[in-house]
Each structure stands twice: as structure tokens, then as C-alpha cells.
Design a protein around this ligand. Structure first.
Ligand code: FE2
Length: 390
């Protein structure tokens, strides 16, 4: 059970397919002395204000959006109606426009043990303009509720974009703290990547799906206004009595059967979780801290992945216990496929950052030559990346 807690307490976010760093090994071995509060992991009661059912007959609830296509011009709106199916349509319009459009979705429902769901609607909206604010309404014909979202900018190699990162959210008081902290972050995150383990309803008898409904109402305050993009964690595996733990990591480096080697083209794994789950503190970590591990800490919080351009991205971790603007940990990442041919031109806010200074000093490198990176002995010593730990 202890190991299960360790694994379920964290979700592995793999960014390494597109990004790599190389100085991690040089700075390996830091275990933060921060330890979060151990005793605050109870689920919020069903009558909590954050689970409030919106008033009105057949009022839409659990409203959320997710990205509807690969380009960024589509959104899928989802919601649940409790009393009858009602309308499947979404009415939407661009800000400062009087032209309203309508899209038609579909409705489903399900039974699970003794639970019967409400009427779950999904409605794709297509052909939106880039980088535009849209209002939308659901519940047409009964109780209508209005929300809004902003579409992403037109894709391009140097278009900045900021993702929020949350895993293991659950619905404890700490979950509420995490979501509030995320909402109030001064960084303008545009889409949330949810890295698995959502409601923790599976911890209840018959996986009490009422806890899926409360969770849907809980996250609506964010998920109705920006896309949440999902991956499934072990707590989404709905079969009993025991869940077989599976891993999406191809090579298990903690079993002693293999060991990592120094290679700047290797993926970077940022393992985050503990958005507020009810499973308690995950303190059991591999001892001593392995060389491949740069930094580790047990704290409730959320991450931000701020993609600056084709070359640079910035990851930061934000503890719930800290102020909204505080970064407990941070890390610069460099795209291994787009290394700089010319010395870096630093964004204004980065001019004093050591990373840029290192890049300006570094030897120009060819682009798109991953193979040469793997074989060039100079590659592993070129100071392209600064692993910033604050
Ligand atoms: Fe988890």
C-alpha cells in the first residue's frame, strides 16, 4: 500500500519528447526540506459551497471545455443537465459581435452500480477565429447559463503559450486550495494540462459516481473558461477489487535493472502531482536520492509550463502554502530540435538571466541534427541549458 501511495501520489508528465535539458545531472541530489501539512486530506463534504448545484430548472452543471481540434480553431463544450435532456445546442458569439451562431451536440447517460448519471452533453464548435474571446450559452430553453473562453493564437514556431499543470487534484480542502492558487496565479495560463487522477471517486464504495458530479461542479469555475486537456491516471481505471498499477514510463529506472547515462538528447521527466488528493503524504522516496533526480519535494500545488518560443520554455512549481507569485522551484528547458544557430537574443525579461548569458557564450550548433547531438562528445559539455533551482 505504501508503494501504491507513492505511485498514485505522483503523475509523470513527459515533456521530454520535445524538450531536453542537460545540466540536471550536474545539479542532482536535492531533496527539499519542505513538507506539506499531513492532516488536511479529507474530501470536502457533499454540501460544500464549491459543489453547489446551480439554481433553476434543469440548469446546466459541470460545464467544461476542451480543445476541439489540433489547430486551435475548435472547442468542445460539455455539460450535464439533471432533470431532462433538454437542448443539445450551444449558442456562441465573438466578443463585440452581434452575430450569434449555434452548434448542435449530442447527449449520453450511463449507469454504474446503483448510480444513474444525469444527461451529459458534448457539443463541438468549429471554425473559430484565432486569439479571440467568445461567449457561449448552454441550457437553452430552460435555465440558460453563460460562459466565455479565449481561443489560442495561430500556431507558429515562435508563438508563446502557457500551460497550467495539475495532477492528482481530487476534492479535498487542499484540492480547493490548489485550484484557487491556480486561478489567482499572476501568470496568464491559457490551457490546463491535467495529468491524471481527477475525482478520486474510486476510493468510495461502488466508486460512488456522485463524487464525479461534485468534482465536475468543483472544477467548472476554471474548466468552463479555459480548455482542460486530460490524461487518465490510475484512479480512472474503474474496475475492482484491486487496481493493477500500470506505468507509462517505458524504462523503469528504479528497479536496478538499468541505469541512466548522461545524454543531453534524453527526455526530461517532470513528475508532478498532489493537487490535493486524499491519499496522504507521499514521503517514501528512493533513498539515497538517485543521480538522475535533480530535485524532489512533497508539496501540494500546481505547475506552469511557459513556452517562450521555439527554443525556450520555463517550468515553475507553485506551492499552495506560498504566495500567489512565489515559485518554489523552476527550470529552464531548451528544445533539442531547435538549438540556436546564432547567439540567443534574450527576451527583455530574461536579459539578466544566467541562461541567456550561457547561450550567448555557447558555440553555435546545427539545427535538427539530433543524431549529431547523440554522438558529438562536445555536445554534452556545451552550456546550452541552465537548470534553475530557486
Ligand atoms: Fe496520482
Amino acid at each position: 500500500m505504501a508503494m501504491q501511495r507513492v505511485y498514485s501520489g505522483f503523475i509523470c508528465l513527459i515533456i521530454g519528447l520535445i524538450l531536453s535539458t542537460k545540466n540536471q545531472l550536474c545539479r542532482a541530489g536535492i531533496t527539499s526540506d519542505y513538507v506539506r501539512n499531513y492532516n488536511s486530506n479529507m474530501d470536502m463534504p457533499l454540501n460544500s459551497d464549491v459543489f453547489r448545484v446551480p439554481p433553476g430548472y434543469n440548469a446546466p452543471q459541470q460545464v467544461y471545455i476542451t480543445q476541439g481540434d489540433h489547430e486551435g480553431k475548435g472547442v468542445i463544450v460539455s455539460w450535464t443537465t439533471p432533470d431532462e435532456p433538454g437542448s443539445n445546442a450551444v449558442l456562441y458569439w465573438a466578443e463585440n459581435s452581434n452575430v450569434k451562431s449555434s452548434a448542435e451536440g449530442f447527449v449520453v447517460s450511463y449507469k454504474y452500480y446503483n448510480y444513474t448519471s444525469g444527461y451529459i452533453h458534448h457539443c463541438p464548435i468549429k471554425d473559430l477565429e484565432f486569439d479571440a474571446k467568445y461567449y457561449y450559452e448552454v441550457g437553452l430553453g430552460n435555465t440558460t447559463r453563460q460562459f466565455w473562453f479565449v481561443t489560442p493564437p495561430k500556431p507558429g514556431p515562435d508563438v508563446p503559450y502557457t500551460f497550467g499543470l495539475i495532477g492528482d487534484l481530487g476534492q479535498t480542502y487542499d484540492s480547493n486550495s490548489t485550484l484557487t492558487h491556480y486561478e489567482l496565479s499572476p501568470q496568464k495560463d491559457q490551457t490546463l494540462l491535467f495529468v491524471g487522477d481527477l475525482s478520486y471517486a474510486d476510493n468510495y464504495p461502488f466508486h460512488n459516481n456522485i463524487r464525479w458530479d461534485t468534482w465536475g461542479r468543483f472544477i467548472e469555475r476554471s474548466a468552463a473558461y479555459q480548455p482542460w486537456i486530460w490524461t487518465a491516471g490510475n484512479h480512472e481505471l474503474d474496475f475492482v477489487p484491486e487496481i493493477e498499477r500500470v506505468s507509462n514510463v517505458a524504462y523503469n529506472i528504479i528497479n536496478g535493472k538499468c541505469s541512466p547515462v548522461r545524454d543531453e538528447s534524453a527526455p526530461v521527466y517532470i513528475t508532478i502531482g498532489d493537487g490535493g488528493n486524499q491519499e496522504g503524504l507521499a514521503t517514501e522516496m528512493t533513498q539515497p536520492q538517485p543521480r538522475y533526480s535533480a530535485y524532489r519535494e512533497a508539496s501540494f500545488g500546481h505547475g506552469i509550463l511557459d513556452i517562450k518560443n521555439r527554443t525556450l520554455a520555463y517550468f515553475s512549481w507553485h506551492r499552495n502554502h506560498d504566495g500567489f507569485a512565489v515559485e518554489a522551484d523552476s527550470l529552464w528547458l531548451l528544445n533539442r530540435y531547435w538549438k540556436l544557430e546564432e547567439p540567443a537574443i534574450c527576451p527583455a525579461e530574461l536579459e539578466t538571466n544566467l541562461l541567456c548569458k550561457l547561450q550567448q557564450l555557447s558555440t553555435p550548433r546545427p539545427q535538427n541534427k539530433l543524431q549529431s547531438n547523440l554522438t558529438d562528445p562536445k555536445a554534452s559539455s556545451s552550456p546550452y541549458i541552465f537548470s534553475g533551482l530557486t
